[in-house]
Design a protein around this ligand. Structure first.
Ligand code: E4P
Length: 214
């Protein structure tokens, strides 16, 4: 499974990149706004050191506007993937991008049927938001299982990005269910390598080593 990092903070991306844990990056308008920086500058800087897909989201809500913005963003670097919202206008834009060879990530997907529509429109990636579904009392991971089954049934090449990740359990389940990618916020990435028994084990090895030396 590929790991993308879900942030627009370049320092955080560099830190995870140094660990070899960044196969790609996803951003969204909220994350860009939080960074307080110019959108295109951020995307350009990320593309200067990440060798993988970098999702940049359009702001327009009509297909024509999305296509206009998406073409501009795609021109920044060959690794830019245009993030398009899961609406009828978004599907129209996705179809146009696909015909032009511009890769797309259809975002704000909350059902397997939405994912199927995105795949039919030629999306390169779909982003089902598992955490936001969990937040309202639904099982976000159930949708991942359904999307995997549908894509496998018909041989869709569209890759599944498990998004809106809140905990290491989401990452574990993404792997168990065969998602292609999990896009993970830095706060969750930093939990992945940790286990209390690893710390206990290291402390015991060190103590035994010191004892044997005496
Ligand atoms: C996906 O690409 C989105 O950027 C992201 O995962 C949304 O997560 P949130 O629900 O934590 O905002």
């Amino acid at each position: 499974m590929k790991f993308f990092i879900d942030t627009a903070e370049v320092g955080e991306i560099r830190a995870a990149h140094a660990l070899g844990l960044v196969d790609g990056v996803t951003t969204n308008p909220s994350l860009i706004a939080k960074s307080g920086r110019d959108f295109k500058d951020v995307i350009r800087e990320i593309a200067s050191f990440v060798d993988g897909p970098i999702s940049a989201e359009v702001i327009a809500l009509d297909a024509e506007g999305m296509v206009r913005e998406g073409r501009e963003l795609a021109a920044i670097h060959e690794n830019i993937v245009i993030k398009v919202p899961m609406t009828e206008e978004g599907l129209k834009a996705t179809r146009i991008f696909s015909a032009e060879g511009i890769r797309t990530n259809v975002t704000l997907v909350f059902s397997a049927l939405q994912a199927l529509l995105a795949a039919k429109a030629g999306a390169s990636y779909v982003s089902p938001f598992v955490g936001r579904l969990d937040d309202v009392g639904h099982d976000g991971m159930e949708g991942i299982e359904q999307i995997r089954t549908i894509f496998d049934n018909y041989g869709y090449a569209t890759e599944i990005i498990v998004a809106s990740v809140r905990s290491p359990m989401h990452v574990l389940n993404a792997g168990l269910l065969g998602a292609d990618i999990c896009t993970i916020p830095p706060s969750v990435i930093s939990q992945l390598a940790k286990h209390p028994l690893t710390d206990v084990g290291i402390a015991k090895f060190m103590a035994d080593w010191e004892k044997a030396k005496k």
